[in-house]
Design a binder for this molecule. Structure first.
Ligand SMILES: Nc1ncnc2c1ncn2[C@@H]1O[C@H](COP(=O)(O)OP(=O)(O)OP(=O)(O)O)[C@@H](O)[C@H]1O
Length: 508
């Protein structure tokens, strides 16, 4: 740490060069002129803090020269934003969004000479619609959202949709090559869960996020576009979950009044109901890529795997066409009964699950980790879920498979005609029905017991719903494609030396 006050003076070096030297502390009267340099220091875990060091000197001209030179050097750093468009959701989380921004974030932006236009949202989708239609994006170097994952999703949708419109791309078409957004997004966490902030920044701390924005590096990020037939449904950046995670979300929506505890209540309820869903998952495996979902190393900013796997802009179309031309060969299908189908485009780490749903998922390699959890006993599923909270491998279980894919489709069983189901499955079903008839007598005896636990007697419903970054999709039958579209304010030097970058120098 460099918080102690030190005095400095200009001396002649061995070769006659003039340079600053630290000397023991002296009285201020000897050095009436001073300037303060603010810099970023890595604190505990992934947190960043702002520190100041004040230099005193007796010579006013020299002091002024130092301030001018440092200021010039700082303004020459092209990656640092100068103008930001900020959206605040006043109702996020505990409704502290505005306060967090005014007390913790705005003072830092102002010290770093960043000018801001602040919009406090008045209703849901305010930020999305403003960005999509009227925001004068050419006036800004980035967009900041103050809120939770829902707010990030709004800003991301607004920016991506606006970019496609400006570039004349048809975002409804599932095969349309989408354009990358030009502006970077910064996330100031103020929501109830803030999973996206935690998974990218490594901490849910408004000061750390603000400093990341000020330092101004840039990290690309994958976005998946979800379609139903030829209709665009939504974009997603973290989790697309069907079955267990879809059911938990739809149940928790009915318990909003409980606050964040609703996820726990719905999670337990849906775990006990133990529903499986039938359908076919078809996927296009990511071939020629570095790494697998079973790697132990997590993705970090500046990740070499992402850089290697991500097709360059000029290669994109060719690569896609190549995959398409081999479509019949490359696509694979899995038909079965699933407790959960999860497509994870980032680790989805959060304080409760520090490793996340797929610890080695990559932020910006144009792929997703498709996790298929087949029907199994409650105990086995519980083992799988509990492994998310420890360092154990959640994929090392017979009923769980994971694939790194560029695209996938899902068709729930009720959408398939009988002719699509193969003979083997029909025979299996027949066998199953015969067993059920034999078991019905036994069930009658246990009727009383089952009435108290209705889930075990009920026929499973035809379909679950998709949880798309915390929003419910209106269709179960979807096709999904991954592209690196977004840019985040994330530093490339997360793991480097404690003293990262000077932020500001000013005379005092
Ligand atoms: N002024 C507003 N009034 C009502 N809803 C709003 C307003 N501004 C934004 N929203 C909506 O509120 C929803 C939830 O917001 P947000 O994600 O910021 O908080 P959260 O739900 O508490 O956090 P998290 O998503 O991390 O759990 C978003 O989907 C957003 O569309």
């Amino acid at each position: 740490m460099c918080t102690s006050r030190c005095t400095s003076r200009c001396t002649s070096g061995a070769k006659g060069s003039r340079r600053w030297q630290k000397i023991p502390q002296r009285d201020d009267e000897d050095s009436p002129h001073a300037f303060t340099v603010s810099y970023v220091q890595r604190a505990r875990r992934a947190a960043w803090r702002l520190r100041d060091v004040t230099f005193l000197c007796a010579d006013a001209a020299l002091c002024g020269r130092w301030v001018r030179t440092l200021t010039e050097q700082l303004s020459a750093l092209a990656q640092r934003p100068r103008r930001l468009l900020v959206y605040i959701n006043p109702l996020s989380g505990k409704r502290h969004g505005e306060r967090i921004y005014r007390h913790k974030v705005a003072p830092l932006f102002s010290r770093a000479n960043i000018s801001t236009s602040v919009i406090v949202t008045q209703h849901a989708n305010h930020a999305r619609d403003h960005l999509r239609t009227e925001a004068e994006l050419q006036n800004y170097d980035g967009v900041v959202c103050v809120g939770g994952d829902g707010m990030f999703s709004e800003v991301m949708h607004g920016l991506v949709l606006r970019t496609q419109r400006d570039q004349g791309r048809d975002h409804h078409h599932p095969d349309q090559d989408l354009a990358q957004t030009g502006l970077r997004i910064g996330i100031i966490p103020a929501g109830s869960t803030d999973c996206i902030c935690f998974a990218t920044v490594g901490a849910n701390d408004p000061v750390t996020s603000s400093l990341h924005i000020i330092v101004g590096d840039c990290q690309p990020m994958d976005v998946c576009s979800v379609h139903h037939g030829d209709a665009f449904l939504r974009y997603s950046v973290s989790l697309l979950g069907y079955g267990f995670y879809g059911d938990v979300l739809s149940d928790s929506e009915r318990r909003r009044w409980m606050g964040p505890a609703r996820y726990d209540v719905s999670g337990v309820k849906k775990f006990l109901s133990h529903r499986y869903y039938e359908g076919t998952v078809s996927y296009l495996p990511a071939s020629d890529v570095l790494g697998t979902p079973r790697d132990r190393a997590p993705c970090r900013t500046g990740c070499v795997v992402c850089q290697y796997n991500r097709p360059l802009e000029e290669e994109k179309e060719g690569k896609l066409k190549m995959e398409e031309s081999h479509e019949g060969l490359a696509w694979r299908s899995v038909r079965g009964k699933f407790l959960a189908i999860n497509a994870v485009s980032m680790s989805c780490a959060c304080p409760r699950s520090p490793q996340g749903l797929s610890p080695a998922a990559h932020l910006a390699d144009g792929t997703t980790d498709l996790i298929l959890v087949r029907n199994s006993s409650r105990l086995a599923f519980l083992r799988h879920l509990l492994r998310h909270t420890s360092k154990d491998d959640q994929f090392d279980l017979g009923f769980v498979e994971v694939h790194r894919v560029r695209r996938f489709r899902f068709t729930p069983r009720f959408c398939q005609s009988d002719s699509e189901l193969d003979l083997q499955e029909l025979l299996q079903e027949k066998e199953q029905k015969e067993k059920e008839v034999a078991g019905s007598q036994a069930r009658r005896i246990l009727g009383q017991l089952c009435r108290e636990h209705p889930a075990c007697c009920r026929t499973p419903p035809c379909a679950s719903c998709w949880n798309c970054d915390g929003e419910i999709l209106p269709h179960a039958d979807i096709q999904v494609r991954y592209t690196t579209l977004l840019l985040l304010f994330l530093p490339l030097l997360l793991l480097l030396a404690p003293l990262l970058l000077l932020l500001l120098a000013h005379s005092t």
